[in-house]
Write a protein that binds this ligand. Sequence first.
Ligand code: NDP
Length: 503
Amino acid sequence: MAKSKSTKSETYKNYINGRWVKPAAGQMIENRNPADTRELVGLFPASTDEDVEAAVAAAREAFPKWKATPAPKRAEMLFELGRILTARKDQFAKDMTREMGKVLKETGGDVQEAIDMTFYTAGEGRRLHGYTTPSELQNKMAMCVRQPVGLCSLITPWNFPMAIPSWKMMPALICGNTLVIKPAEDTPLSTVNLVKAAEEAGIPAGVINIVMGTGDSAGAPLTTHRDIRLVSFTGSTETGRIVSTNAAQHGKICSLEMGGKNVIMVMDDADIELAAEGTVWGAFGTSGQRCTASSRVVVHKKVYKKFVEKLTEKAKALRIGNGLSKNVDMGPVINQAAVNKILSYIEIGKNEDGATLHLGGNRLEKGDHKHGYFIEPTIFTDVAPQMRIAQEEIFGPVVSIIPCRNLDEAIEISNGVKYGLSSSIYTQDVNQAFTAMERMYTGIFYVNSATIGAEVHLPFGGTKATGNGHREGAMASSLDIFSEWKAIYVDYSGRLQKAQIDN
Ligand code: NDP
């Protein structure tokens, strides 16, 4: 156990039925700064079944009243929440950098995404459109409206600890659902900050509940509890499979956002300077720990050498350290398990026949890096498409460069993984851009930028092993997760009319 530095740390509680309460079993989990593990960020509840039971009971109790609250009234609270988040953005970004390491510029972006999602969803309070449609019979009206699904459990990862909870929480709330959220045990503080802001914004007791702790103890019961109607999960594909199996066995609606093995294609007519700049941002931003991280780059042979040179030059210039410092470009990875996993993939890459470890490959353990989980930006060149480093999600600052001969081959390689989250192409040729756009089977596609940079009003999610067909963000997508359609027929003919029979 690392020794504590004398920095400010607090003991936090779960939020259940409008009160901040200790976990039933009294156990706590330490949350430490991954840039300097001597710094204790806080002690957070290690919740168990009993806490989940209390939180679900609170959500159940609050549901009828929240459902009956007019959506424009619910929206007013979200507008207020958006204002509070905006006022606290700098503080929340600092808290986030302390608990998960990404640089302040990026944690500010994470909070901003939550702000955008909150205001955007609040606007939906006066829409939540259904539709009318002609009936096949006379003197009969047909329409449909959205209704809340009921109690939702939200299970979230650590890499976007305020943005991802907000993608789920805001649409759940505007649709009239009540919820229990279980944030990742590595990043509870950012979700606590979001929930505290929601409390301050006037969202009534029991509507939002937070239960913190491990996936096994606090997460799993939220996937099986009889009163939970919907499980919304973001995390790894492995955990997502467990979550969806549980949810299916208990007859729940389940939305899954999972892993990725995203790709940038660099064609021979690309602006190489721009492509290299985009790759550095896509591969090494958040130390490569984004579901949309650019972890493969498929490069046309004609520009391969030049691209690798430019990329290397830019990757070498990255300053690595504590994300709270303005002079740092890349922070640590999240924890020791992540260090072990990333280093093991670097070993795998070194042993793959034909691949070359071109840059980096080491943990940084001296000087300012001594007490944190820092790994150098790492580039493998001459990677073949089927190698494990080109197929599996590494979730660290490691990028594989794969040569290709033409666009067809680039697309085939790019589609040749089990995931389908994000892809991109650098080219000046509109025909190549549109061909790739059409043929890439991914949820997100970029032209002349890296694989990251989603905006809240467009659908977010992926194909194949990345998801199960749902999308977050964009109103229609997230409302479709968090509401169910009710078809309504009003017969004003005054007689029995039989559909399909009387016409
Ligand atoms: P994990 O799958 O490890 O964890 C996600 C959440 O699930 C955490 O809160 C975790 O708890 C919880 N959990 C773990 N086991 C269970 C269980 N048996 N039942 C219920 N909940 C459980 O993912 P990470 O947090 O490590 O996040 C990284 C992954 O998330 C990457 O694969 C990344 O690609 C993916 N991701 C996908 C996104 C997308 O939109 N497609 C966006 C962001 C990330 P605990 O706190 O114990 O870890």
